[in-house]
Design a protein around this ligand. Structure first.
Ligand code: PGA
Length: 249
């Protein structure tokens, strides 16, 4: 059975007191559910978030991670540092990391290796830009992102990978892929993984959709066969909206 997952990516939002307030709202409002709920606060609040949520069914995850174990990498955070504050999952390859911080598929391959070697589950983000879709290249772009960053992995690594398809044109824009566009791409992604790693791995793999998921559109997107949940940006910053999205399953 594939896991259903709703993950909130808080990006560079919420200072310590805002983080605590949102966590407490989530504790009060997140229902008992078979959906795996995750939240990704900023690095400086990870430890506090881990402590606040320790007894609760909400996993605290990181927004990023460096590929090296330690050393002269000013401003960076290693897998082991995340583990040491209770974090077992990291988002890698978010389109904002790719666009603003120059992260490439080749770098992300190294980050994925470092995460998996340290038993950190990876939420791997990828997706085409608007020009790619307009030119009809969206399938080939997505396929090459997967191939370049993840096809070198052993089959055994896939139990620790979650994919998050996030068309760049839908992130933070209020424009969402239609449920049909999401399903079409998710089915393509699953087929691509199946052809390389086998149908058993592909069938077990959770593939999330991200890009302007809101309470009003979550149910119809999550209803699609190959959509196993969502990576939520803006709407994860309000407990009521995030909980409504979880309840949309
Ligand atoms: P959004 O962000 O929900 O605000 O579009 C999604 C994401 O960046 O993961």
């Amino acid at each position: 059975m594939r896991r259903k997952i709703v993950a909130g990516n808080w990006k560079m939002n919420n200072d310590l007191s805002e983080t605590e307030a949102l966590l407490n709202d989530l504790i009060a409002q997140v229902p008992n559910t078979d959906v795996n709920v995750m939240v990704a606060p900023t690095y400086v609040n990870l430890f506090q978030a881990f402590n606040v949520l320790k007894e609760h069914n909400i996993e605290v995850i990181a927004q990023n991670m460096h590929q090296e174990a330690k050393g002269a990498y000013t401003g960076e955070i290693s897998a082991n540092m995340l583990k040491s504050v209770g974090i077992n999952t990291a988002i890698l390859g978010h389109s904002e990391r790719r666009a603003y911080f120059g992260e490439t598929d080749e770098l992300l391959a190294k980050k994925a290796d470092a995460a998996l070697a340290n038993d950190i589950q990876v939420v791997f983000c990828f997706g085409e830009e608007l020009e790619d879709r307009k030119a009809g290249n969206h399938f080939s772009v997505v396929e090459s992102q997967l191939k370049n960053a993840l096809f070198h992995l052993d089959a055994s690594a896939w139990k620790n990978i979650i994919l998050a398809y996030e068309p760049v044109w839908a992130i933070g824009t209020g424009e969402t892929a239609s449920p049909e566009q999401a399903q079409e791409m998710h089915a393509f992604i699953r087929k691509t993984i199946s052809e390389k790693f086998g149908s058993e791995i592909a069938d077990e793999l959770s593939i999330l959709y991200g890009g302007s998921v809101k309470p009003a559109n979550a149910a119809e997107i999550f209803a699609k066969e190959d959509v196993d949940g969502g990576l939520i940006g803006g709407a994860s910053l309000k407990a009521a909206d995030f909980v409504a999205i979880i309840n949309a399953f």
